[in-house]
Design a protein around this ligand. Sequence first.
Ligand SMILES: Cc1ncc(COP(=O)(O)O)c(C=O)c1O
Length: 384
Amino acid sequence: MKVYLDNAATTRLDPRVLAKMKPYLTDKYANASAIYFPGQQAFLDLRQAKKTVAKILHGEPDNVIFTSGATESNNFIIKGVARANRDTARNKIIISAIEHPCVREAADELKHEGFKVEIVPVNQEGIVEPAALEKLLDKKTILVSVMAVNNEIGTVQDIAALAAIAHRHGAYFHTDAVQAVPYLNLDIQKMAIDFLSLSAHKFYGPKGVGLAYINRKIKIRPLLAGGGQEDGYRSGTYNLPGIVGLAAALELAYRERGVYLKKVRSLRDYLWKKIQKEVPEVRVNGSLTRRSPANLNVMFGYVEGEAILIDLSSKGVCVSTGSACSAADLKSSYVLRSIGLKDHFLNSNIRFSLGRFNTKAEIDYTVNHLRNTVKRLRSFSPIK
Ligand SMILES: Cc1ncc(COP(=O)(O)O)c(C=O)c1O
């Protein structure tokens, strides 16, 4: 049996999304910046994709800037807002301790340009407490960036509350919402978010396309110089197949949200109950209540997560030890460290991330092998 439980790393392209993209990969190939008729038609389709996205996010079509994915969106927003709004009185940004590496590294690069970067901690559940953010904010703060849902432990932040605090201190607010679709109702107006990032391949859309939602009233410097597409905010030929695919995938994700959430939550809860029943000495990492229904991150005492992962892979089961980006990097997880996991537990964790296509039979198959794998690995573990 093949079981894919790494939907937080990427998802399978929905065939309905592929069908919407196909004409733009074949007949409708005109450049959306061209003046002749097919080009104008392509531009109208681009506008329609922006309208679709803006309606779902409760935002303005003009504020939707398509990118190559959330890595680019996060770099564009963090560097662009910091650089454009810097002056002698404002030179600081704040990010949370559990941001994705593309936020952390973008902030790190800003340090070399003389910006001050402060890290707001999370509590043991993986939550940014409003009081902790309030403590770091001052008149020098340009931007606060806190992710909506964490990619490793699935914890959900109170974005509206954090955005309100940032605004009270005159700072702008960005959220990396990559893992939030369709779990959170991403209402930009209600949440009062200035900037938001998404990647289509996390919600059954194509890879290599994402968006940066920006507030055009706030100054932002482009990341890419070139032909001036997206009103100069993001140069580069419009990736129309990807853009159409992103809009279609986002629309489907929210249209089918109710059924999807119910299914994923019940499978995740079933998985956790079954693991607790079949495997001793396990613990869930992060909050169980303020958590994406698709995520389960479990600590298996006295065994290496990598060893579990490789063993499960040989049985056809795909899981992860954390974020996909850290698969080639065996350093232990800073996310798990930040919620207080002790050194000897840091490498004993597995992330299961469920999705639309998983079944109960797959969960049974996975736990069956997991039980045997953990038992076998523990039998020759020197610790314990
Ligand atoms: C929370 C979060 N932010 C950003 C990214 C980067 O997205 P992409 O690789 O599509 O650019 C990821 C991908 O794993 C993510 O999980």
